[in-house]
Design a protein around this ligand. Structure first.
Ligand code: NAP
Length: 480
């Protein structure tokens, strides 16, 4: 198995917010890795833009420092870094002002792909789109990349979509949800639609339930002021968990093509039943360090944890619950989608032989991988005793060392922007549908003045969330 790296077309990529945290931690290291792998052509150029007054050399120094901080030493080849830094340029531009734009226009080349990464707060998206247009910088097929949060409710998401639509066509807008760039998330689609084995079982007749977990060990830290206005529902469920749910539950698209995939995802969101208050648990971490210590409002009712039971009202999933949970200050960090299949309809073995249902888990982090547990006979004498063992689907073992490192989500997504492939990006109507589902739930909490329950820092979440499954005769998979 030989890895194939196909270089992309020459491009000019402008990173607005080029001096920010996301640029240094994710975007620039991802670009360097694609460069190291030979995917970036000779003519590729990356232009940083932010208000900070500095020249290209100063920005390049800062970028070099970021690469050294966020990439493993083994990847830091001196000559490669020097060659990468040569592709960088910088301009001081205030999104709200008129300085620097003419210079930016002067730097953009004809005949190469243009991409503008809006790695700034959403309040600046409109100003950037407007100026790219009024200074006639963006070509007719230029791409813009926007980061989360995409709105904080349906009204603000609609307003953002409308602002961007004034200057850019939907085919030019790349709304990033980095969960979609993860290797295993794409493998979920490969497994479902590239094999005959799973799809016939992928429905309420054979799937007992699905669990989707995104657990973080860290608290809100220094982001308390921002987070307290958002909470787990807005920050994680409306986007990341919803996207994972869609990919798990969607019907097979007729092609692996942007609008075909996104049409199917949209149908899942629209088929979600309203969620009863009894099917939601919201929590705040407490302990030596509590959520209320991390935010300004001592009476905050914002949730740092949420668990919910969802129903998808369609033929495929009628009667199969999807349990979602996400939280901060949990006992371990881990994100996974776990499909629990039903028991065999009838056991031919003795009652004490033991039997376990098949479980397919798709792990997104920390170690991306897929694991299918199947029941076999325990080896050795002693009659027919059943155990469940993992069927190993690790890419590294199966494909050998040629596959190299598992690329970071940002590596894939940025290259998809350059290639003009929107499959792994959220379309405007998807984002709006997700908010249309989210809004009434949040409004209900406010109307009922609901307070989150407490859970211990370093635990698996509130007791009430365990009960959410216990009452259905199920249990959460342990967060490893
Ligand atoms: P940040 O560290 O605060 O950086 C903001 C960037 O925007 C800086 O480069 C800043 O540079 C620039 N900027 C601010 N005002 C500007 C203006 N008026 N004109 C031009 N540039 C301006 O924020 P960040 O963490 O990088 O986040 C950027 C975006 O990504 C946000 O929308 C955030 O929600 C989203 N995001 C971030 C992460 C993450 O891990 N950091 C993850 C997901 C999403 P100057 O001060 O030099 O202008």
């Amino acid at each position: 198995m030989v890895s194939r790296v196909i270089p992309v077309e020459p491009f000019d990529l402008v990173i607005f917010g080029g001096t920010g945290d996301l640029a240094r931690r994710k975007i620039l290291p991802a670009l360097f890795r694609r460069f190291s792998d030979g995917q970036m052509p000779e003519e590729a150029r990356i232009i940083g833009a932010a208000r900070t007054e500095q020249d290209a050399a100063a920005w390049a120094k800062w970028v070099e420092k970021a690469l050294k901080e966020f990439l493993p030493k083994a990847e830091l080849d001196k000559a490669l870094i020097a060659a990468f830094l040569e592709r960088l340029d910088y301009l001081a531009i205030d999104a709200m002002g008129d300085g620097g734009w003419k210079e930016l226009k002067g730097k953009m080349r004809d005949g190469v792909t243009q991409a503008f990464y809006f790695s700034v707060g959403p309040s600046l998206f409109g100003a950037l789109a407007e100026r790219l247009h009024s200074f006639e910088i963006a070509s007719s097929d230029a791409r813009i990349v926007v980061e989360k949060p995409f709105g904080r409710d349906l009204a603000s998401a609609k307003a953002l979509n409308a602002t961007l639509a004034e200057h850019f066509d939907e085919t030019q807008i790349y709304r990033i949800d980095h969960y979609l760039g993860k290797e295993t998330v794409q493998n979920l689609m490969a497994i479902r639609f590239g094999n005959v084995l799973f799809e016939p079982l992928w429905n309420a007749q054979y799937v007992d339930h699905v669990q989707i977990t995104v657990a973080e060990e860290v608290g809100v830290g220094g982001r308390g002021a921002y987070y307290d206005k958002s909470g787990a529902m807005r920050d994680m469920v409306q986007n990341h968990l919803m996207q994972l749910l869609c990919l798990t539950a969607m019907e097979p698209p007729n092609k692996f093509e942007p609008n075909a995939v996104r049409d199917e995802k949209l149908k899942v969101i629209r088929a979600l039943d309203p969620v009863a208050p009894a099917d939601i648990v919201r929590g705040q971490y407490k302990g030596k360090h509590s959520y209320l210590d991390d935010v300004e409002d001592p009476a905050s009712r914002t949730e740092s944890y949420i668990a919910m039971k969802l129903h998808i009202a369609n033929w495929r999933w009628n009667g199969t619950p999807f349990y979602l949970r996400t939280g901060k200050c949990m006992k371990a960090r881990g994100s996974e989608i776990v499909v629990h299949f039903k028991d065999t309809p009838h056991s031919i073995f003795e009652a004490d032989a033991g039997s376990r249902a098949n479980v397919l888990s798709i792990r997104l982090q920390p170690d991306e991988g897929i694991d299918l547990r199947v029941t076999i006979k325990e080896p050795g004498p002693g009659g027919m005793r059943l155990v469940d063992v993992p069927l190993d689907m690790s890419f590294a073992d199966a494909l050998g060392s040629d596959v190299g490192h598992v690329p970071d989500a940002y590596e894939r997504l940025i290259m998809d922007v350059i290639r003009g492939n929107q499959t792994l990006f959220m379309r405007g109507d998807e984002v709006e549908a997700a908010w249309a589902w989210t809004d009434p739930i949040i409004e209900g909490w406010i109307e009922r003045a609901e307070k989150p329950v407490q859970y211990e820092t370093g635990s698996s979440g509130p007791e009430e969330a365990l009960m959410l499954l216990h009452r259905d005769g199920r249990r959460w998979r342990d967060i490893a």
